[in-house]
Design a binder for this molecule. Structure first.
Ligand code: HEM
Length: 345
């Protein structure tokens, strides 16, 4: 337990503790703390990420899971800062509304779906236009930074581990040799690449800390936790803890998931492997996010060999930034060498 200024903060770094917070007492911890900055950016928590646990959040989550972050859509698809961002969004929303009035005839995107749901009405909690914008921002903030960060870490680990790079590249080139291009529907033919992505998420969960707030006094592992306590579940340290990963936890070994199939569960069932979180506030964009990592990564490996910028094989520096998302500190300067020409380019 830490006291961060006025805020009592509980840090959870064991599988048992994480299970208690996100499973046994899931409802009591199903709200995230809302900082002043995030309150401004999310229009007072009208989005999915920061909406307090309750009926409103439940409704948004249902829309997200059934209408927005579905596999089908994957395939078809501080005040000044807010001002810039929302002015841009206003223009985009306006454009979509005009297009809708014009009768359609175009491919439907996520914003069209939200606007349609809003227009149809009949919702228990009407979704205001501010909420539409806040939810679209969720897709950019929760959805794009996590996926791009994962892609960067995956390619970095592959550069530092040439044997794994060779295996992944060979697999992708064999799978798509005939078609000459990476096809979405054939991604299931890339079992090794999936192990690479799992191992990347174990070592580099893009969201290293999962944030919760205690809504009712309760006990976690026998300790009293008072209402209003901020809880940080340390997904980063859980993924590197030798109690749960006895086989060289700091090393990048995609094969570990082949041997220990049970540990391949990142669907919130294994509390030592939480790249997408767990419980009620678990990531609803998992399928969306995984496709958004697999597809670009497969294409990158299919078309190019990736080399460090300089001569020799010096290891890349893997230092992480300190922040909400754990990105690379260094930029990732790599040399792509074209191997399979890109069709139509
Ligand atoms: C590799 C990709 C991704 C990773 C690793 C990831 C990870 C996470 C994590 C760890 C959480 C917090 C879970 C918790 O507190 O238990 C989360 C929440 C969330 N994610 Fe993702 N995410 C990814 C992609 C996406 C995408 C593509 C979308 C949307 C298109 C998305 C939308 C969301 C939303 C809306 C929440 C908040 C859910 C709620 O509070 O009910 N994520 N994500």
């Amino acid at each position: 337990m830490l006291q961060l200024g006025q805020v009592p903060t509980l840090v959870v770094s064991s599988r048992e503790g994480a299970r208690e917070v996100m499973k046994n007492h899931d409802t009591m911890f199903a709200t995230r703390p809302l900082s002043t900055t995030m309150r401004v950016l999310s229009y007072g928590g009208q989005d999915i990420v920061f909406a307090p646990y309750g009926e409103y959040w439940r409704q948004l989550r249902k829309i997200a899971v059934s209408e927005l972050f579905t596999a089908r859509r994957v395939l078809s698809g501080a005040e000044e800062c807010r001002h810039t961002l929302y002015t841009m969004l206003d223009g985009i929303v306006e454009e979509h509304l005009e297009r809708m009035d014009g009768g359609g005839g175009h491919a439907e995107d996520l914003l069209d779906v939200l606007l349609k749901i809003q227009k149809e009405g009949g919702l228990k909690f009407p979704i205001h236009m501010d909420a539409v914008k806040a939810i679209i921002l969720d897709v950019f903030s929760a959805g794009s930074e996590t996926t791009t960060t994962t892609i960067e870490w995956a390619i970095s680990e592959l550069i530092n581990n040439p044997v794994a790079m060779q295996k992944a590249t060979t697999e992708v080139r064999q799978a798509f040799h005939a078609s000459g291009t990476v096809a979405e529907h054939a991604l299931s033919e890339l079992p090794y690449l999936r192990l690479v992505i799992r191992e990347t998420l174990r070592l580099h969960p893009p969201l290293p800390l999962l944030f919760r707030e205690c809504q009712e006094p309760c006990q976690v592992q026998g300790y009293d936790v008072q209402r209003g306590t901020q809880v940080l579940v340390n997904a980063w340290s859980l993924g590197r803890d030798e109690r749960y990963w006895p086989d060289a936890p700091e090393e990048f070994r995609p094969e570990r998931f082949e041997e220990e199939a049970a540990k391949a569960d990142f669907g919130g069932g294994d509390f030592a492997f939480l790249p997408f979180g767990a419980g009620r506030r678990m990531c609803p964009g998992m399928a969306f996010g995984l496709a958004g990592v697999e597809l670009p990564l497969a294409s990158m490996l299919f078309h190019f060999d990736w080399k460090p910028p300089g001569p020799g094989s010096a290891e890349l520096d893997m230092t992480e930034t300190f922040g909400l998302t754990a990105r690379r500190t260094d930029q990732l300067p790599l040399r792509p060498v074209l191997r399979v020409p890109i069709l139509g380019v």
